[in-house]
Design a protein around this ligand. Sequence first.
Ligand code: CP
Length: 311
Amino acid sequence: MLATQHIMTMADLTPEEVTAILDTATSFAEVNQRRIKKLPTLRGRTVVNLFFEASTRTRTSFEIAAKRLSADAINFSASSSATSKGETLRDTAKTLAAMACDLVVVRHAYAGAPQILAESMDAHIVNGGDGRHEHPTQALLDLYTMREALGRLEGLRVGIIGDVAHSRVAGSLAPALRMVGATPVFVGPPTLMPARPDVLGAEVAWDLDEVLPTLDVAYLLRVQFEREARMPFPSNREYAKLYGVSAARLEKLPAHAVVMHPGPMNRGVEISADVADSGRSVILDQVEAGVAVRMAVMYLLLGGADSGAAA
Ligand code: CP
């Protein structure tokens, strides 16, 4: 069980709860290797995916996770929901509450949208990414992937590289790393750096080539062109030259270090295709971890061992 009703930010969790989620996810990862990947744990519970922004990984993995735990999973997207006819988020929340939903995963362009839902219904709310704010289950699956790849979390030095300013992934990953005793280092051009990186507990560096040899993880962020009114750098080519990770830059990382990316990737901008597909990349491991970690989150929020059969 978790003490919190909702997971809207990493601050909703204690370090002990983060470890409990990762350990529970390890059990579910084993279930996901079986031929029959289904448990009766959340039978009779209803999970709603309420996505007002595009998503491949988060929406799909929450749906698969819910179904593997035998919950009923329902998907709403912005285009198919009544918000496209002017309904407010609060009214959408009250409508879902009237249908007795148990857990709502929400993705929204506006920071704070999960809080509005939580104020308007009794269900558990999980933030699937709100604006530039946070994406906590992404950070949890990233921690899980790092622990699997490197055998530990404490003491790791993780370069979070690129468009930090627009990144809800960085907004959750930096505090998550601090919670487990790792060090986040933001690296990127000044135009893509938040005004107060210290608030997120991160070190800051500008020269990627200097930082790479000190890292255990090179975590690349997508340049979010859709959130910028104008280009934050002169050209994609210049960005790739200064901050993209190419095969030549990969050589500067220590031999044990891995490359991560939350997806979707801009191949040829922040990451070259050969690096994305290389043996140093654990990007598809992150996707795989997403299912097990989201099973763990739902299992622990909806009652853990009290909710029925465990893994
Ligand atoms: N990492 C992530 O949130 O990907 P999606 O936008 O595809 O969900």
